[in-house]
Write a protein that binds this ligand. Sequence first.
Ligand code: BG6
Length: 492
Amino acid sequence: MDDFDLIIFGGDGDLSFRKIYPALYHRLNEQQIDDGSRILAVSRTDQTQKEFQERLKAKLEEYVKDIDQDVLKRLLKMVSHGTVDTGNGKQSKFTKDWFEKASQEIRVFYLATPATAFGSICKFLHDEGYISEGARVVLEKPLGTDLKTSEEVNDQVAKYFDEEQIYRIDHYLGKETVQNLMVLRFANNIFERSWNAQEIDNIQITVAESLGVGTRGGFYDNYGALRDMVQNHLLQLLCLIAMEPPGILEADEVRDEKLKVLKALRPYDKETIQTDTVRGQYTRGKTDEGSLPSYLEEIDKYDSETETFVALKAYVDNWRWGGVPFYLRTGKRLPNRYSEIVINFKHVPHNIFPEKKDIANNRLTIRLQPEERIELVQMVKIPGPGGYRYKPFSLELDYAEHFENRFPEAYERLLMDVVRGNQTLFMRRDEVKASWTWIETILNNWKHETNPNILYEAGTWGPGDRVMDEGSEWVKSRHVLKVQKQGGSDEK
Ligand code: BG6
């Protein structure tokens, strides 16, 4: 990897300490980057180099398992702290000198700050003449809170950077198992042939989290699950599952295909907002380990309309997917943390076996995290006499069993892609616009809706059970999910 200069705004923030520096540590440890690169952690607070280095060291020791002290030392040598207040354009002498000495062709500005600061940061960089020819800028989510604000943020950045220089992060795209979706779909012939409305009954994408909002309450209460998770992560997963094969694996070819999916999403209206969307908020709950606080207690407020759970039945209106429901679900304070995509194939059209016992539908489950694996449920004959007796059986590929190497964290891959100049795993502006356009059909209808959040107890599977009739598609689809969670009736 070529050496680079990396400037992180929000460089002493939580995201930087938890994700960005550990990612750099691992890339250094695995010799993908070397000591010629320089990193400037920018924040508004004045602090000495020693103070910052001590904090960074403590944080890295906290967030990196079995840290190697030699590698840590090398990383600390590469990182310095710069004080900048982009609001008034003031910067420390150290920062100015650092830029004067910056010599690498590749200069990466990483904006790990709220999007409201992006405009002033970009202007500052421009006014100081820091945007070199090889410069690129990385934007952390969330980009705005709706279509209008996200367009404003994108406009502000576009004044100073071309689209080819802008890297909008969705860290789900950096996950190994999410990248594997591309290989699973486009390096195997058997799946692609049946990847359509003729063969598939429904698709379910679930990102369940067991934690609550914790210390992020102030931020989260302005967003909620729809903006925080669906607008980006779940829609990106949906795109990878639903898109047409790109001709080649290049950034714009892949992003063109994803964009077509986003544009084909069916907007919600007054009726479907009632039947096809559910939102909820967690109340106090209990687990074996003790009690769990409610959302309101966590954010320390008496009242809030923010949803911490959302379930949607979405449709991609095109030839491949006409009529196939995509169930999207995400929530906080659910019983487990897992992300999973389930492809439910259609039933066989006719049962020829005399026993007439139910034939389970084929089901492909892609477990993205944790315990990454792929499962394919198929029917098999039970060996032995007694005619054709059969039952579902699951073929499993467990990643940990077959691949011993450490799974790099999403940020490792994404950071290196920025340095390499590869935009494939980053969202293009028109994708962000299309996803907000669709999300707004939910937000705007929720505003007028008569059924607001449904409360669910922390530590349960969300509000579904109480709002949806037994036997409805929703319940059936959730049932599939529960069966899998409990180890299932399918034999392994
Ligand atoms: C973030 C959201 O983008 O993704 C968080 O803001 C969420 O609310 C997180 O917890 C989930 O990411 P992961 O990688 O832990 O699944």
